[in-house]
Design a protein around this ligand. Structure first.
Ligand code: GDP
Length: 346
């Protein structure tokens, strides 16, 4: 990765960004990354719901981020946030991003995840169309319809209300670029994980359970569809790709992925192995954890990001599993910083 394009555009010091959903995993990593570049970071959270900032706390950046309340269903709040922050760049991470929850709350998921992006783009168009906009698009949009790696030209076949909402947001982002000449980028990220990943996602569910079992706090781990395959990378690296995408001369869409897929079962086996535990005795399959429809295989081709941005996912599967399991063992063994993350997520 290099900062050549940003350097050509001038120093990043004094630039302002607005990150929606700043309290999430990607918001925390991007905040730290942009603060280190000298950005003034503004971030939004949902008032009354997100009362804690465990991930920003864990990275030591909470005090440096200007926090503003924002509900993506509220047009007036969106406009007020943009007018307060006067950003050069907006990263739209806010979403109802839990796939299982999306099946239970499809209309709300669409209101936040699909229409929320449209509300921001409409506000940017009215307030200052020179603001550069990054939309957090998702590999869920492809729907695993093929075992071939997906790239920016692959067709979408969404298989959940979350994915259908993300497809709407993706095309709306593309349309503002084509119809209004705005600098908008849709970054299609394959699964990206870290010790800051919420435990509703399978990787963190596994790493936390393995840590609990290792420390004698639990007996076993229950999972649903363990044959599902995912292209798992490290979130810390993916946010760097997102930033690079906004520093280019021309806006275009990018896939961010490792190019390697592993099954949920392999993730569990590797996690138990890192902790020196026997997976056979500890893993249970619970059919109630299976989804109405699931994505069987999710694999990305990050060639464009590599060629144009010089971006590659450096952390591979084994390193990711090890980092997450070791972090959770440290966390549950009493690290004060880790406790804060865990307590907020239970
Ligand atoms: P997703 O790819 O965005 O849906 O990320 P998740 O981490 O939530 O799920 C990844 C895969 O793990 C999906 O195919 C799930 O069906 C599968 N899976 C199997 N057992 C579980 C479980 O207990 N929890 C979750 N979240 N996913 C599970």
């Amino acid at each position: 990765m290099n900062d050549r394009d940003a350097t050509e555009r001038g120093s990043t010091s004094g630039r302002r960004c607005l990150i929606t959903g700043v309290t999430g995993q990607d918001g925390a990593y991007l905040s730290r990354f942009l603060l280190a570049k000298g950005y003034e970071v503004w971030g939004t959270y949902v008032q009354g719901v997100e009362t804690d900032t465990p991930r920003l706390d864990a990275l030591g950046v909470t005090e440096k981020v200007n926090l503003v309340p924002l509900d993506l269903t509220d047009t007036a709040q969106i406009r007020a946030a943009i007018e307060s922050a006067r950003p050069h760049e907006i990263y739209n991470f806010a979403a109802q991003s839990n796939v299982a929850v999306a099946f239970k709350r499809p209309v709300y998921t669409g209101d936040v995840t699909a229409l929320g992006a449209a509300r921001i783009l409409d506000a940017v168009h009215d307030i200052d169309p020179s603001i550069r906009f990054y939309q957090a698009s998702s590999s869920e949009m492809f729907g695993g319809a093929s075992s071939e790696p997906f790239d920016e030209d692959s067709s979408f076949r969404p298989r959940s209300p979350y994915a259908t909402a993300k497809v709407y947001a993706h095309w709306t982002t593309v349309n503002y670029r084509e119809a209004h000449g705005m600098f908008t980028v849709s970054g299609i990220c394959f699964n990206h994980e870290s010790p800051l990943r919420p435990p509703e996602f399978v990787t963190r569910k596994i790493s936390l359970a393995v840590a609990r079992i290792k420390l004698g706090l639990a007996e076993e781990l229950s999972l649903g569809n363990v044959s599902a395959r995912r292209d798992w990378g490290h979130a810390r690296e993916y946010v760097e790709g997102m930033w690079l995408a906004l520093q280019q001369d021309e806006p275009m869409d990018y896939v961010f992925a490792t190019g390697e897929a592993h099954s949920v079962e392999e993730f569990a086996e590797e996690a138990f192995a890192v902790a020196g535990l026997d997976v056979e005795r500890r893993l249970r399959i619970d059919p109630s954890l299976m989804r109405p429809t699931d994505v069987d295989v999710s694999l990305g081709n990050p060639a464009r990001a590599a060629e144009r941005l010089g971006w590659t996912a450096a952390t591979r599967f084994h390193g990711l599993v090890r980092e997450m399991v070791e972090a959770d063992i440290g966390l549950l063994s009493g690290g004060a910083r880790g406790e804060a993350i865990y307590a907020a997520e239970r």
